[in-house]
Design a protein around this ligand. Structure first.
Ligand code: PLP
Length: 298
């Protein structure tokens, strides 16, 4: 092994191999070389033989598979770029968005509250409803944030596991409601992870129980089913949650919304963070709603 001191050279070349180092300026560099009995050419051809391409391990039909392409929200990007005052506080009542959602859903904006994703609304509901030690019903396997937020809010979780076909065990739910007196039940339709739907008959049975039903419709646009948002006018114990994360592929902008009975929504208004939906989030969601073709693709 030897050490070469280099000063003020622009390149060096060892033997007939390609230059191994380029140095500009007059800095001093030290290059450590290994003495070897193998010629540079032999070494190169040996390396070529040894060189393994990871792709050769991949199943051949997968080599032709197109890579994942996220949807590019052109219209939304354009609207975000055109924002005049993105840095000022947003409207704490998200009025433009709620008016657009009212038109979109057919439910008046007094019943609608927007949030920093559906996740914020799940937490907000729990903060408004649950005292430490209160109970919620969770129906796993399902979205895990209900359990997480319950823990954060000091509530106990009663799990009523779904049937093997992922349908709800309504009898067990009714039994648990009578025995344990939980305050809320979280139902996901379509369910995450399996996509199963809660039919109207089942939902009505649960709505007749003395419990607040939070119906999470994060994936409803993918089911071909109509949202139950309008049902909150008939059922004082129903909340319906939706999100632009799935509906419009805008998860990074954090916009969710919920439909609430008026007797409940007024307290959520009092407790929510004033600027929970950012200026950019509101612009993005409104733009997505104005572009049905974009919503269709996403
Ligand atoms: C069933 C369900 N609800 C709510 C959410 C959260 O949505 P957001 O991104 O609006 O917080 C998700 C996210 O994966 C989800 O799967």
């Amino acid at each position: 092994m030897g050490v070469i001191e280099l000063c003020n050279i622009s390149s060096i070349c060892i033997g007939r191999a390609k230059p191994i180092c380029l140095i500009e300026g007059n800095q001093r560099r030290r290059i450590t070389c290994m003495a070897s009995s193998v010629s540079v050419q032999e070494e190169e051809s040996h390396q070529q033989k040894q060189c393994v391409n990871g792709g050769s391990f991949i199943r051949t039909h997968l080599l032709k598979l197109s890579p994942y392409q996220p949807i590019l929200p052109f219209e939304v990007n354009e609207a975000l770029g055109a924002m005049k005052f993105p840095y000022i506080y947003p409207d704490p009542e998200s009025r433009t968005l709620r008016a657009a959602l009212a038109e979109d859903s057919g439910l008046e904006s007094e019943y609608i509250l927007a949030g920093c994703g559906a996740d914020e609304l799940i937490d907000l509901i729990m903060r408004c409803m649950l005292d430490p030690g209160d109970k919620i019903v969770d129906c796993p396997p399902t979205f895990t944030m209900y359990e997480f937020d319950a823990a954060v809010n000091g509530a106990d979780v009663i799990k009523v596991t779904r049937n093997p076909d992922f349908s709800l065990d309504v009898e067990q739910i009714a039994e648990v409601v009578e025995r344990e007196k939980p305050k809320c039940i979280f139902l996901t339709s379509p369910n995450n992870p399996d996509g199963s739907i809660i039919d109207d008959e089942t939902l009505l049975k649960i709505l007749h129980l003395p419990i607040l039903v939070i119906l999470d419709e994060a994936y409803v646009e993918f089911s071909g089913m109509e949202s139950k948002m309008k049902w909150v006018k008939k059922h004082e114990n129903l909340i319906v949650l939706r999100t632009f994360s799935k509906r419009a592929g805008l998860a990074g902008l954090r916009v969710g919304y919920g439909a609430f009975p008026r007797s409940i929504i007024e307290f959520l208004w009092r407790a929510k963070q004033p600027y929970n939906v950012s200026v950019a989030a509101e612009v993005a969601a409104c733009t997505a709603l104005k572009n049905p073709a974009y919503l269709e693709v996403s």
